[in-house]
Design a protein around this ligand. Sequence first.
Ligand SMILES: NC(=O)c1ccc[n+]([C@@H]2O[C@H](COP(=O)([O-])OP(=O)(O)OC[C@H]3O[C@@H](n4cnc5c(N)ncnc54)[C@H](OP(=O)(O)O)[C@@H]3O)[C@@H](O)[C@H]2O)c1
Length: 263
Amino acid sequence: MDGPAIGRVLVSNAEGFAPGDYVVHVLGWRDHAVLDAAGAQKVDPNLAPLTAYLGVLGVPGLTAYIGLERFAKIKEGDTVFVSGAAGAIGTQVGQIARPKGAGRVIGSAGSDEKVKLLIEEYGYDAAFNYKNGPVAEQLAKAAPDGIDVFFDNVGGEHLEAAIGALRLHARIVLCGMVSQYNDEKVVGPRNLWNLSVTRSDILAFMFSEELDLQPDFVREVGGWLAEGKLRYRETVREGLDGTLDAFLALMRGENVGKMIVKL
Ligand SMILES: NC(=O)c1ccc[n+]([C@@H]2O[C@H](COP(=O)([O-])OP(=O)(O)OC[C@H]3O[C@@H](n4cnc5c(N)ncnc54)[C@H](OP(=O)(O)O)[C@@H]3O)[C@@H](O)[C@H]2O)c1
């Protein structure tokens, strides 16, 4: 299985890479890898903890940044709703949305503990546990005047509820659909017409096609991180043998922030 990993260079024939250097690569679930220098990006362990390059300074942080910066087109005072808000991406979306102009930020997650964290640690104004009742009802309570932006990591019931809560000229950013990856009986949103009624957009993206934003991301988000303005957590599992279980645990909601497997 591939996926982002941090490695330490043992042997190098490539200019610019020496034994002992740390690199990010995408060869994933393994303890040793042989790769071209083009597939490795050097990281500085003195600037941030190594695992940060897999989470807050890695793909999840970048994905949160791209979704907000390029697709959400946040306007001053917008109400932003985030699903999967306690995951690696969602925890960053809430925090980045605020300096980008969001007025009110609302999140949903799958446990009361996570809901508490969203409000106390990640700066969400309101949050709810989607397992405690219908998403549409809970969202209506948290955002009685509707939402301007929906950053969706989950799909399914969340997407339908958000479409039903859109204000005029709202934007839905489709980042992921974790509720549907294992579900063969998915039914699409039944209220798409509300996009016309509210003249709203649904925009889907894949971070790998938007890498031109990486320098801005490193400058802006790296700066906030260095200033201590950005909070992040990791869920750490030990050992290569535990990788499969760590992966399945994502589907069970056992992580807060980025799931890391440490070798
Ligand atoms: N577009 C892109 O470029 C891009 C890049 C990377 C990732 N993604 C996608 O973005 C999404 C978020 O990624 P991430 O790394 O932040 O996630 P993550 O840290 O892997 O978190 C996954 C979370 O999803 C929640 N979840 C699992 N099953 C669910 C269900 N049936 N309904 C609602 N929530 C459920 C769980 O939290 P709860 O306890 O809250 O249920 C779990 O902790 C994923 O769908 C991923 O595939 C997109």
